[in-house]
Design a protein around this ligand. Structure first.
Ligand code: C5P
Length: 218
């Protein structure tokens, strides 16, 4: 059992993929399983923190722990609202695969194929950035984001650290096939003054490493 070193602390974790509706029966999403975010929520809860787990679409079963409150959401806009509704928090960990775009001309009825399909898109809000750039006092003490890249992993991760106002970016190289849905993860911890590569680990171990990083700075 992990030491209860985070008791009295609160955390918001986003997990899973967002679903962006096309019409009443169809949607756009991604292959996020929610495994990594769920593992982080569980590890934080086992360390004594109270966790709001804002969950998009997942294949992984939701973690069960008395310290975890699950907040199910569908779209990126709903996810942002749910995150805001659960602030203030001591820590924010953005692990969700948020769709960059939503359909701007979605239909309330099922679209018929006879008319052809002309989808238009508008950008979704960046939830991690909106949390990371909150004014001090409102901003969680520690803001953690993820970066999945197929090239230039560390430069892009450093860029995200700055643009999203994060304290830590957990960067993973997805060029060798998807991390999405897998049980292991190879990540780098990127902060403003260091880059640390971790060995390939099962996602619960990666979660523990992130929670240890948080615990040392909480
Ligand atoms: O910009 P990119 O999608 O690569 O950034 C990934 C990180 O930002 C993840 O932590 C993800 O949860 C978060 N994110 C977000 N809202 C978005 C896009 C990404 O919170 N609209």
């Amino acid at each position: 059992r992990a030491a209860q070193t985070l008791s009295g602390k609160t955390a918001i974790v986003t997990t899973g993929g967002t679903i962006e509706r096309i019409d009443s029966v169809r949607y756009i999403s991604n292959f996020s399983s929610g495994k990594q975010g769920n593992a982080i929520a569980l590890s934080l809860a086992q360390s004594g923190a109270q966790v709001s787990l804002v969950s998009g679409n997942t294949k992984d079963p939701a973690p069960k722990h008395p310290n975890i409150k699950i907040v199910p959401v569908e779209s990126a806009e709903e996810m942002k609202e749910a995150v805001e509704a659960n602030l203030p928090a001591d820590f924010f960990i953005g692990c969700a695969a948020v769709c960059d775009f939503r359909v701007s001309n979605k239909s309330d009825k099922k679209i018929k194929k006879e008319g052809g399909l002309d989808l238009r898109f508008e950008e979704n809000p960046d939830i991690a950035r909106s949390v990371g750039t909150l004014p001090s006092g409102k901003r969680p003490k520690l803001v953690v984001g993820f970066a999945a890249e197929t090239e230039e992993l560390i430069p892009y991760a450093k860029k995200k650290l700055k643009s999203k106002g994060c304290d830590l970016i957990v960067a993973n190289d997805v060029s060798q096939g998807a991390v999405f849905g897998q049980d292991q993860n190879t990540v780098h911890f990127v902060t403003k003054d260091s880059v640390q590569k971790l060995e390939t680990l099962p996602k619960p171990k990666v979660a523990k490493a992130i929670v240890d990083w948080i615990r040392e700075r909480a």
